[in-house]
Design a protein. Structure first.
Length: 431
């Protein structure tokens, strides 16, 4: 029987990922809410988004069998609202909000894995005495309680950095603070959650470091399962931005097993159930200590092509199965490649884009480098500092996926491709 799967913020790239899952012929995929309304809009009018999404479902003429989404907040919460209205299975809104909120999630993690999280505290950036209320010694990171992709995340090494970070947070934190408030009004949060420390606050954390990776998994009926580990490689700039994701991980199996055990304790502690997730860790090789960075209540869209290359299907399959009330059976390791890497090409200074490759040039490069998919994120004439959804310390200008037989092979092919990629900039002074 055909299943109607509604996908929040669906675009052509992710439709291709969805069409590669097992039994894709049994599904009809429907976009729910326009891409531009969900991904990097100027604001998130939650009530309007819910009303529009409800109208789109009614106008479709079919009853959804599942509602899924692979974008960050507020998509993670919106899918719960739509599912609840339709009586479909999925996580509770309360669990999603606890996991998404950096301070609330740390409080819950501190109960079950205190040895795996850094020192942390909450801070109100609008407090005139905020700088005096910092309890952590320099250095530390300061992050909005709700956010993604390192947006408004600052490393603070001294008082000047702190003032700069607080100013940036005060200017931008409302982008997520206001929509998060709209969801908390709909939730019945447990008594141990300090709702006075809301999404207009931030969290300070002591730096953690080491070999970084992300575990992709799901929890269903209280049972937590991990099905893949992806290495996250950083490099360049003070912010140490992501440069690539590598799958499968090269971490020692014993370390991965320890991370699995921590995950089985951490994920349920945040009241999460019946949802995919990804959870980020550091392994400090010198001390052999494992640190939990954060939990996301969705699949990582960045990892979808990696699973297609190595496992033979996107892990959108996991999100679909859970949303349909089924236990996933993933992965099957049927992909054409042994190794897959997502490269994030970054520019570390503000600049104007003076040249981008044409569609024909991209197609030619993809044929010259088999197993490669190129996504250019900028347009000619664009100023990088005006891009939305970027982190503080760099600008992501292109994404390149590659599949092959070894990590070394892909690194060599990537460098050769960069020499041929016609992407040019004219650096300008910021301010």
């Amino acid at each position: 029987m055909t299943k109607h799967v509604f996908v929040i913020g669906l675009d052509d790239f992710h439709l291709r990922q969805l069409e590669g899952v097992r039994h894709a012929g049994d599904y009809v995929f429907h976009g729910l809410l326009p891409y531009g309304m969900v991904v990097h809009p100027e604001s998130y009018p939650i009530d309007e988004m819910i009303e529009r999404g409800t109208s789109e479902i009614e106008a479709s003429g079919v009853r959804p069998d599942a509602v899924i989404g692979h974008w960050d907040f507020p998509t993670t919460a919106l899918r719960v609202v739509f599912r609840d209205a339709l009586g479909l299975p999925g996580p509770s809104l309360e669990g999603i909000l606890i996991a998404e909120h950096k301070y609330w999630s740390r409080l819950r993690q501190a109960r079950v894995i205190p040895e795996n999280i850094p020192e942390f505290q909450a801070l109100d950036p609008f407090d005139p005495d905020a700088a005096d209320r910092v309890e952590l010694d320099f250095p530390f990171w300061i992050k909005p309680n709700i956010g993604f992709s390192s947006m408004m995340v600052y490393r603070v090494d001294g008082p000047e950095d702190l003032e700069r970070a607080l100013a940036g947070l005060r200017a931008g934190i409302g982008l997520f603070g206001e929509p998060f408030d709209r969801f908390t009004c709909r939730a019945n949060l447990p008594s141990d959650i300090p709702t006075d420390i809301d999404a207009w606050h931030c969290t300070l954390e002591k730096p953690i470091d080491g070999w970084q990776c992300t575990l992709e998994g799901f929890v269903r009926h209280g049972r937590t399962t991990v099905y893949g580990v992806v290495d996250s490689i950083r490099g360049g700039g003070i912010g140490s931005s992501f440069s690539r994701y590598e799958f499968p991980s090269q971490l020692p199996e014993s370390v991965q097993e320890r991370m699995f055990d921590i995950t089985r304790r951490a994920v349920p502690s945040m009241d999460l159930d019946d949802t995919p997730f990804n959870i980020e860790y550091f392994w400090d090789e010198d001390t052999d200590r494992i640190w939990l960075l954060e939990v996301n209540t969705r699949i990582s869209k960045s990892h979808s092509p990696l699973f297609m290359d190595v496992a033979g299907a996107s892990h959108h399959e996991v999100a679909i199965d859970l949303a349909l009330g089924r236990r996933p059976s993933f992965p099957r390791w049927e992909g054409p490649h042994r190794v897959a890497i997502k490269f994030m090409l970054r520019h570390f200074e503000d600049a104007v884009v003076t040249r981008v490759p044409t569609d024909d040039e991209i197609g030619s490069l993809e044929r010259e480098f088999p197993g490669t998919r190129i996504q250019v994120e900028v347009e000619e004439g664009m100023r990088l500092s005006e891009m939305r959804g970027q982190e503080v310390y760099s600008y992501e200008v292109a994404v390149i996926f590659m599949g092959g037989q070894s990590h070394d092979e892909l690194m060599d092919r990537y460098q050769a491709l960069l020499e041929r990629l016609p992407l040019e900039f004219h650096d300008v002074e910021s301010g």
